[in-house]
Design a protein around this ligand. Structure first.
Ligand SMILES: *Cc1c(COP(=O)(O)O)cnc(C)c1O
Length: 242
């Protein structure tokens, strides 16, 4: 039986991921692959879902919601991994398995307001580890005050209904590939450890690593890697800028 190119690439990434997990001496199954399907058709998602891939990441809320509707019968965990405008909170709250990009108090407030009574929304805090002006995410130095504001304002918790913070996410500078991103992955892990200690929280998830550097991210403790190109191939032109 012939594998499609899509299946072949996907299996290749899973193999590389498993190998990196082993090499790092980490537990099998401790890292989840989020297949980043932005700009790729719903039919590709359906094909991978049938093969057992359950986590899919999308950057644009409108595109994600349209795909959710189209694939409503499938057992998929949707991840929102792009910046979210506050006025889109309604389309996020309660509609994604995990939002990776919470980075400010006003977005948290909007999510709380839009979340149905008794529902919960898991989130990660995005950190702008490279301090790049064009990127979203909270600056490393502003992370403790953000946690403080979110916790003292009753906007997030780690359990119960409401906005539940599960960890941190980063999108390091694309100064190169692989090894060049590693110091940023280390930084994110340390920031996570620091926030756990300071605020007495459990923050198990680290979302870091993309096509060019997911092996290094796994070595540094990623629990979620976000891989697009290595699975789906190059994106159509408009998708090549992040
Ligand atoms: C597009 C995107 C990815 C996937 O990038 P690839 O290099 O195609 O693997 C991962 N994370 C975020 C936030 C993205 O926007």
């Amino acid at each position: 039986m012939n594998m499609t190119l899509l299946e072949e690439r996907w299996r290749g990434v899973l193999d590389n991921m498993a190998e990196a997990v082993k090499r790092a001496g980490r537990r099998e199954g401790s890292v989840r692959l989020v297949a980043v399907s932005k700009f790729h058709p719903a039919s590709d998602i359906a094909e991978l879902c049938r093969l057992g891939q359950k986590d899919f990441g999308e950057n644009y809320i409108q595109e994600a919601r349209a795909k959710q509707e189209e694939l409503a019968g499938l057992d998929i965990r949707w991840h929102a991994i792009g910046p979210v405008q506050t006025n889109k909170a309604r389309d996020v709250a309660g509609h994604f398995s995990l939002l990776h990009t919470l980075d400010r108090v006003d977005l948290a407030r909007a999510l709380v307001r839009r979340l149905p009574e008794g529902a919960s929304q898991d989130v990660l805090i995005q950190v702008n580890v490279g301090e790049e002006p064009q990127k979203s995410g909270v600056l490393p130095a502003a992370l403790p005050p953000l946690f403080d504001a979110l916790l003292s304002g009753g906007l997030i918790s780690t359990e119960g209904p409401g906005i539940r913070v599960r960890g941190l996410m980063c999108l390091p500078p694309r100064c190169g590939e692989g090894e060049e991103a590693r110091p940023y992955f280390v930084m994110l892990r340390r920031l996570r450890d620091d926030m756990e200690k300071r605020f007495g929280l459990s923050l198990p998830e680290l979302s870091m690593g993309m096509s060019g550097d997911y092996r290094e991210a796994v070595a540094e403790g990623a629990t979620l890697i976000r891989v697009g190109t290595d699975i789906f191939g190059p994106r159509p032109v408009k998708g090549q800028t992040l």
